[in-house]
Design a protein around this ligand. Sequence first.
Ligand code: FES
Length: 550
Amino acid sequence: MVRLTIDGKAVEAEKGTSILYAAESVGIKIPTLCYIKDLLPDGSCRMCMVEIENKGRTKMETACNAQVAEGLVVTTNSEKVRNARRNVLDLLLSNHKTDCFSCPSNGDCKLQDLCYEYGIERTTYEGEQTELPIDDSNPFFTYNPNLCILCHRCVNTCHKLVGRGAIDTMQRGFDSKIGTPFNVDLTDTSCESCGNCVQACPTGALTMNRRKNYRKYQIDKKVLTTCPHCATGCQYYLLVKNNKIVDVEAADGPSNKGLLCVKGRSGSFDFVHSKERIKYPLIKNHETGEFERATWDEALDLVASKFLEIKRKYGSDALAGFACSRSPNEDCYMMQKLVRCAFGTNNVDNCARVCHSASVAGLAMTLGSGAMTNPIEDITKNPDVIMLVGSNPEEAHPVVGMQIRQAVQRGCKLIVVDPRDIDLAKKADIHLKLKPGTNVAFANGIMHVIIEEGLQDMDFINERTEGYERIKEIVKDYTPEKVAEICHIDADDLRKAAIMYAKADKAPIIYCLGVTEHSTGTEGVMSMSNMSMLVGKLGREGCGVNPIRG
Ligand code: FES
């Protein structure tokens, strides 16, 4: 820890932390434009200038990337500092359009707020502003380079948080703008249209197209909710204007950390106010062939009478009920009650049968519960190796995909086990392109190598597991060469994968429908558990067996 003074306050801060962070920890706010929490500072906007006195010498530095040191005296709001910030804003406005009335971010612009706070109405620099073309090639958002201050928040978000790198700074001088490699349309890049860059933009340069329908100050309330699309459980706010949802804003939820994917940001609420939404029962008029509005009583009587008719004529087993795994427990409970008590049959099922019932059965049998053993943050934050089996999170669970890409950027090794050339396979250290349906043989091969190399965790096995001798006997025959033949993979790659997984300290197995949706799905899931139990990667941070579900 080091001791310093900020605006006359004695502050204690950990070595290596920034002055910005240290100031915030004692409630002193320093203005920023380019800074993104948790990322290495870009230091491009210069808005966070402060005066730092060190051993009798004073200089101006940017608080986001200047580090604390013993005995520093920091002044964050002197006239000199405010003048420096005024000059920064003046320079930014020298090439920034100021027709705020027509900007979709009017009232929600950090640059506008700071100019107001520092009394900057227009630039003092003379000369013509360059007019660059607007890019509206993305269906969800627009980039107007004339409103861009080149703070790189969007670029850093795309590269370091989303892990995509679809955009970067192009050209030089007044022609500088955020663009794509070789100037192709955004839709022709690896851009996922997640809109995280848009949320990061402090001005109106990047705006969601739907921003045309409202201004920030018209929002009556923000409702925190969970995204309905996949099992990542991203948290976001629905923004409500005049009792209508008009936009989505990412929240800092435990599994999404302020990120959203295209589904969450751009496909989560339009159906609520859709004109095509069915709001009352419809019964088909058999003469006209058209559906006509009916009362609930009419509709329920009709449906009940038809069910009764079938039951009387053909018996109870002529009926069945099929529930949806997205329905709440209470609805599913009532559904089976209806089928069992009123229909009089056990013909009741739900769609999870073809998704993760194998996880429920396989994990309940091996570990006691059919769910992820570790939280998403835990398996993506700091793992050494990720074993990704039969899963394409970039499409099915994109915010998990983003966090896996972040982990790989931080140096985590990635083993992809998938017949498909999924995009994450490009980042993988090893890609085992199994023949579909051979997951159990693959896992047996991994366990064979682990035991052969003496990498099993005997303490964990003895204290926490049963049946080790049996599994050892079973996998004895699954040599890498034999498994290579069954799975159509390379024996050496299998060996390398087994050793890489076993030797890592933190190594989660993440799997999805590529393991479960087989006639041997339950055995496939049990094999995932067996692999992790063999090396004691259970009940620990950054490890476990993790089905990412529907
Ligand atoms: Fe420090 Fe931009 S916030 S330089």
